[in-house]
Design a protein around this ligand. Structure first.
Ligand code: KIV
Ligand code: ZN
Length: 560
């Protein structure tokens, strides 16, 4: 047996009593900060070029981000240039704050201050690592050494801000004790309190204290405990905005973000679609859409998800997975027949009850809310239930078959799927419908017709019906058009069929609008069969439906 697990130590519980976060609910949007252009970008095989960063930046603005970390200008010339371009070309809206990251090191801080010159609203985000592990294996220093680095950085940042003395520039600060979640909580609180003091932060000018889950190493409740502990022990709590920056190493970045918000986080850093170092950052899109689906306004707009996804894929050269919540190609697709039936019923229920709430099983949100359409919701394969194909016909092509007809059409579709051995696209479903019903003009064919209403409330049908290669003139009087037609065709071999039911609806509107009729007949053999007719005249559509049902019966019986 593999004993490899023995080299890992479990996370130790936080010394917190009477934690309150489990009883909290997320009721309002946090301050969002996108770190796509920094944390996300630094994790790309090919980091974004200027053009890609600008496109991504503009897309983040469209989504509604008001705080965007645009880069690490002291880290490379490209990063520096991109920041200068944003500022000099005036590409940053007045209500958007750009954020720049820098290590708490003198020369890097100085370079960063050069890079931000002229920016209207900017957050200088500085950090140093505080974790037990990094102190031991990377920095070989004690906690005081780490506090000194942070405090010296804070003092320099304050001094450089004072020196700039530009009333046009609104400079705010953010400090991250990197690897916060791997730091002893009292040390994390201590270093942050010292930073608040060194920066001179006040309730009017609070510092953002960003608490990264740099490497996610424990369950999300553990991170939430750390956030609650931090919030309740920080001496200068009123001079700080508490921000979280979860990563996703255990695949729980979204859950950790949500629990951290419940535990007191007021601000969230992350990326859309969760790109970032290793397994990525917290996926802000999903956190926001999770709020949305709970009836809370996330204050971010993902209504054009296909566009946002296309920009993301173009700029990052990453791929959004087919099963990615809210955005994946397949997330509004139901393969299972029972799911398809339930979706159908949910939709009908909402219409019938004029429901103000979304009440469709298996679809956590209305796909239209993220710019997706109903068409691809149901894909047809041989596992699809009888309602699936009918649903596609209704939603994609406006053909609303009577419920009683669904099993018949479902069986036709199932046979086609089995034969193809693969899923059918909506267009293929339509073509099968067309072949099976609308294109059946043999052996009987309506060639000419006239319907006359008589004074005694009867109807006369007169017309020419082709049978194989001969045409026959027929005429009869009946209680209505279908009855008259049935009587007329008795003479040309159509007898012993019994009319069972009839349904119809308009197919289009306007002067040349068409109607579709669904006719159910009982065949001479005692089976039930449907026929479909389409015509500008609804009465003729139903007569065509009768002929279709007869032709289909003959085709099935004799292979005509
Ligand atoms: O994950 C992290 O700790 C970071 C910090 C630099 C904020 O990205
Ligand atoms: Zn990070």
């Amino acid at each position: 047996m593999n004993k490899g697990f023995k080299k890992y130590r479990p996370a130790q519980p936080i010394a917190i009593q009477n934690r309150t976060w489990p009883d909290k609910q997320i009721t309002k949007a946090p301050i969002w900060c996108s770190v796509d252009l920094r944390d996300g970008n630094q994790a790309l095989v090919d980091p974004m070029n200027l053009e890609e960063k600008l496109l991504f930046f503009q897309t983040l603005i469209k989504i509604g981000f008001k705080e965007i970390e645009v880069g690490f200008p002291s880290a490379s010339e490209t990063e520096y240039e991109i920041l200068r371009t944003l500022i000099e070309r005036n590409l940053i809206p007045d209500d958007v704050t750009i954020q720049v990251l820098v290590q708490a090191r003198e020369h890097l801080i100085k370079k960063t201050f050069e890079a931000i010159k002229g920016a209207k609203n900017v957050i200088v985000h500085f950090y140093n690592s505080t974790s037990t592990l990094q102190r031991k294996v990377v920095f070989h220093t004690d906690m005081q050494g780490v506090i000194d680095i942070a405090v010296n950085g804070a003092k320099l940042i304050r001094k450089l801000t004072e020196e700039i003395a530009d009333p046009q520039m609104n400079i705010r600060y953010e400090y991250s004790p990197e690897s916060f979640s791997g730091t002893e909580m009292d040390n994390a609180v201590e270093i942050c309190d010292r930073v608040v003091e060194a920066l001179g932060s006040t309730p009017e000018h609070p510092v953002i204290l960003n608490l990264p889950n740099t490497v996610e190493g424990a369950t999300p409740n553990h991170y939430a405990d750390q956030i609650e502990y931090f919030c309740t022990h920080l001496q200068h709590r009123d001079s700080a905005i508490i921000s979280v920056h979860p990563h996703n190493d255990r695949g729980c970045g979204i859950a950790a973000t949500e629990l951290a918000m419940m535990a007191g986080a007021e601000r969230v850093e992350g990326t859309i679609f969760g790109n970032g170092e290793r397994t990525g950052n917290a996926d802000i899109m999903v956190v926001a859409m999770n709020m949305y689906s709970q009836g809370v306004d996330p204050e971010l707009d993902f209504s054009d998800m296909p566009y946002i996804k296309s920009v993301y894929e173009k700029c990052t050269k990453m791929h959004v997975h087919e099963r990615h919540p809210y955005a994946g190609e397949l997330v509004f697709t139901a393969f299972s027949g029972s799911h398809q039936d339930a979706i159908n019923k949910g939709e009908a229920y909402m219409k019938e009850h004029d429901s103000a709430y979304w009440e469709v099983p298996y679809l956590p949100i209305d796909p239209a809310d993220v710019g997706r359409q109903y068409e691809p919701i149901i894909r047809i394969n041989s596992q699809s239930g009888k309602g699936g194909a009918a649903f596609v016909m209704k939603h994609n092509f406006g053909i609303d078959m009577p419920k009683d007809m669904h099993p018949e059409f479902g069986a036709v579709i199932k046979a086609a799927c089995d034969q193809k051995g693969a899923e059918l696209k909506p267009q293929e479903v339509y073509e099968i419908f067309e072949n099976e019903y609308l294109g059946v003009h043999y052996p009987y064919q309506l060639k000419n017709y006239r319907l006359t209403d008589n004074d005694d409330n009867t109807t006369t049908f007169e017309g020419i019906v082709g049978y194989h290669h001969n045409d026959y003139k027929i005429k009869a009087v009946g209680n209505g058009p279908i009855d008259a037609f049935f009587k007329a065709v008795k003479n040309i071999g159509i007898h012993d069929f019994e009319f069972i039911s009839y349904a119809e609806h308009a197919l289009s509107s306007g002067a040349d609008s068409k109607a579709i009729a669904y006719i159910k007949l009982k065949t001479p053999g005692g089976d039930f069969i449907y026929g479909v007719g389409v015509d500008n005249n609804i009465l003729i559509a139903s007569i065509k439906g009768v002929i279709c049902a007869v032709n289909r019966t003959l085709k099935q019986n004799k292979g005509e």
